[in-house]
Ligand binder design. Structure first.
Ligand SMILES: C[S@@+](CC[C@H](N)C(=O)[O-])C[C@H]1O[C@@H](n2cnc3c(N)ncnc32)[C@H](O)[C@@H]1O
Length: 274
């Protein structure tokens, strides 16, 4: 199985991220909330990818540094933004080049923190806490283990045809091969997750608060970390973060799990205390 860094360095993936230029509703809400303070902040954008968030945050903050462990992502950002901002190759789990208390705001968007397993996640949280100043903000999103439609992610379903793929559905041969490919991918995921009973797999993971398994992201080629809302709150508190706010996929700030569980991701905004 390929490791995620190799996947993120592949042309298909880095070109996809480089083409993204929007903010999610939760990110818009968080930007609005922090806005006047951002003007005075030194910001670290971890797992910057193709610079989706750079477009919105970098022109506002006092200083902006984007890091990513994937060489190709950093290359793309340097090409895109020239020398306007700093981009460096660095791994969130060990950011030795940054001194303690260097930043006011750390962002790790689009579930980048779910790219690695539990111990590595705790190591990354420790590093983020170290490089943040006292009361500095940490914002990130993470896959929601209690998402009400989680089982859809463990299978590749036939989506409604869009105009580009209409042919795939109208031509019976192409339709057959397309369906067969989706079936193959679903069976492959079941094998990788060592479970053909999706509901059992999910309920077992939920009992533990977090889990690391193959879903259909990155074409089902990598394990992704999922955590429940309450599990994430406990994890952040144990790692030395406070004042935790949560935002649903609809950009609503809430602690109401019926709203939060409508989405496959939850956004968190918290502060470090030292
Ligand atoms: C899902 S992409 C999101 C990219 C970008 N933040 C966005 O929102 O479009 C996750 C990014 O995190 C990076 N990443 C994953 N693990 C990392 C780590 N340990 N250290 C630094 N970057 C990491 C990947 O290379 C990838 O660019």
């Amino acid at each position: 199985m390929q490791n995620q860094k190799v996947l993120y360095n592949s042309k298909k993936i880095y070109s996809d991220y480089a083409g993204r230029n929007y903010l999610y509703k939760a990110e818009e809400a968080i930007l609005d909330r922090l806005f006047p303070e951002l003007l005075d902040m030194d910001m670290l954008d971890i797992g910057v990818g193709g610079g989706r968030t750079t477009i919105y945050f970098a022109p506002i903050v006092k200083s902006y540094t984007g890091i990513d462990y994937a060489h190709q992502m950093i290359r793309v950002c340097r090409e895109k933004f020239k020398d306007r901002y700093v981009f460096k190759e660095s791994d969130a789990r060990s950011m030795k080049e940054y001194k303690d208390n260097s930043f006011d705001f750390v962002l790790f968007s689009f579930n980048g923190i779910d790219s690695f397993g539990h111990e590595d996640r705790l190591a990354a949280l420790k590093e983020i806490r170290r490089v943040l100043k006292n009361n500095g903000y940490f914002c990130f999103s993470s896959h929601n283990l209690n998402w009400e439609s989680l089982s859809n992610l463990l299978s590749f379903k036939l989506n409604k045809p869009d105009s580009q793929r209409k042919d795939q559905f109208e031509n019976p041969f192409r339709c057959f091969f397309y369906k067969a490919k989706l079936k193959y991918r679903t069976i492959r995921l079941n094998f990788l997750n060592r479970s053909f009973k999706t509901k059992d797999l999910i309920s077992n993971l939920r009992k533990r608060d977090y889990g690391h398994f193959y879903d259909n992201s990155l074409n089902g080629k990598a394990k992704i970390y999922y955590i429940t809302y309450s599990g994430q709150l406990r994890q952040l508190e144990a790692a030395g973060f406070k004042n935790i706010s949560s935002y649903s996929i609809n950009g609503i700030e809430t602690r109401d799990e019926s709203e939060l569980n409508k989405g496959g991701w939850i956004y968190y905004l918290c502060q470090v205390y030292k």
